[in-house]
Ligand binder design. Structure first.
Ligand SMILES: [Zn+2]
Length: 410
């Protein structure tokens, strides 16, 4: 075996097409454009069958040597075929990709694993990011694993359970007033993170291609696992969408798989947002570019972004795959969360159920055919948002029964 050449991958600007000479670059130094990783010799065939999880695909991950992997066993999450809900809805093939099974309970682990591995390879000593919780927990855990310090800027409204999980790993956490509700504060916070990283020689790990093109490559492995698990691409993939990074990564992953002849057709990408915080869906419906919205009027944690950093990237991929975008009222998302728990035994946070809520809407609107093969990305575990989890059983009382009275229980 020859050692991997140093030019295994490079970052290319999507605006001016120049290659970024600095391996630590987060945006194009010449025009400020978005950078995406590209590989000198793409090879999608998993080379080590004994490896489980996403590092099986290391030939398509932007790290020099897989031996450096900062890993907690991320990836290889279940792709569960729906039984009762599919029958109830009249769908023949409905699947749920359970990303809550990752080590810290969300798909963000895939991103943090790649981001921390690359920082280790480059000798970077710290990270900074914004997060409403799931990315923060992933970065905190993988940062601890790598011995890399971190600082996290979060929302005042971030669920306490998510913050508790983050703080357990030791990074500094600051809540920014108005973050998640105001596009000017969102952009200002991103700029503050960038400045902090420049001052300290750290790397931004905000989970968007706009800021962290290396780490985001990790989320492409979701597509590889779905395509490998099914043996082909599904008809459509429903993705909970806030900033647009996850949808973009999954679409790019299927494109890789198609480019290497592993699948013939790419799935339609369906961008699902909360009604009240849906700038990408508005742009899709209006046929224009993504414009920041004035404020967020939705309560679903994890997808509250008024100025989505990867919005245009995601919108372009929705259009390129003949997909579409949907806006779902919060009440329908909570109902879908309950349905997953009651009918499938799947316990997720509300954001992870928004894809199912959109499937139900699209079936009613006859946008889907009973024979369409649908995959919903269930982004995070139900343990992530304890207040929302408690609401699932609100009003249910647990009777206390004496032992001698148990036989009379129905
Ligand atoms: Zn450029």
């Amino acid at each position: 075996m020859h050692p991997a050449p140093p030019t295994k991958f490079q970052l290319r600007c999507q605006s001016c097409q120049n290659l970024a000479p600095d391996p630590r670059a987060s945006a194009c130094a010449q025009c400020g454009g978005l950078l995406l990783a590209e590989y000198a010799a793409p090879n999608l065939t998993p080379t080590n069958a004994t490896q489980r999880g996403m590092w099986r695909y290391h030939t398509l991950l932007p790290v020099s040597d897989v031996a450096n992997a900062v890993t907690l066993g991320e990836g290889n999450t279940p792709l569960v075929r729906s039984q009762r809900l599919a029958a109830h809805l009249g769908l023949n093939a409905l699947y749920f990709k359970l990303e809550g099974s990752n080590p810290t309970g969300s798909y963000k682990d895939r991103i943090a694993a790649v981001g921390m591995t690359r920082m280790k390879e480059l000798g970077v000593t710290g990270w900074a990011a914004t997060s409403s919780g799931n990315a923060g927990a992933a970065l905190a855990a993988y940062g601890a694993r790598a011995g890399i310090a971190g600082m996290l800027f979060t929302l005042e409204t971030a669920p306490r359970a998510k913050l508790t999980q983050i703080l357990a790993h030791g990074p500094r956490v600051v809540a920014v007033q108005g973050l998640g509700r105001d596009p000017a504060i969102e952009r200002g916070t991103f700029a503050a993170v960038r400045q902090l990283c420049e001052r300290k020689g750290w790397l931004m790990q905000i989970t968007a291609h706009r800021f962290s093109p290396i780490g985001m490559e990790g989320a492409k492995t979701i597509a590889y696992e779905i395509a490998e698990g099914l043996g082909h691409a599904p008809s459509a993939v429903y993705v909970p969408t806030g900033g647009g990074g996850l949808l973009s990564a999954i679409a790019r992953g299927f494109a890789d798989w198609a480019a290497c002849g592993q699948i013939v057709q790419q799935p339609r990408m369906v961008c699902v947002q909360s009604l009240g915080c849906d700038p990408i869906a508005q742009a899709w419906q209006g046929g224009h570019e993504v414009r920041p919205i004035a404020t967020c009027n939705a309560r679903i944690s994890g997808i509250q972004l008024t100025a989505p950093p990867d919005g245009d990237l995601a919108l372009g991929l929705v259009r390129a795959t003949q997909g579409w975008a949907a806006s779902v009222p919060d009440a329908e998302t909570y109902t879908a969360q309950k349905m997953l728990a009651h009918f499938e035994g799947i316990f997720v946070e509300p954001a992870a159920a928004i894809g199912l809520a959109a499937v139900i809407r699209d079936l009613a609107a006859k946008k889907l055919h009973p024979d369409d093969e649908i995959v919903c990305i269930c982004t995070g575990s139900g343990f992530k948002d304890s207040a929302a989890a408690q609401a699932l059983s609100e009003g249910v009382e647990i009777p206390v029964v004496a032992l001698e009275a148990l036989s009379r229980e129905p």
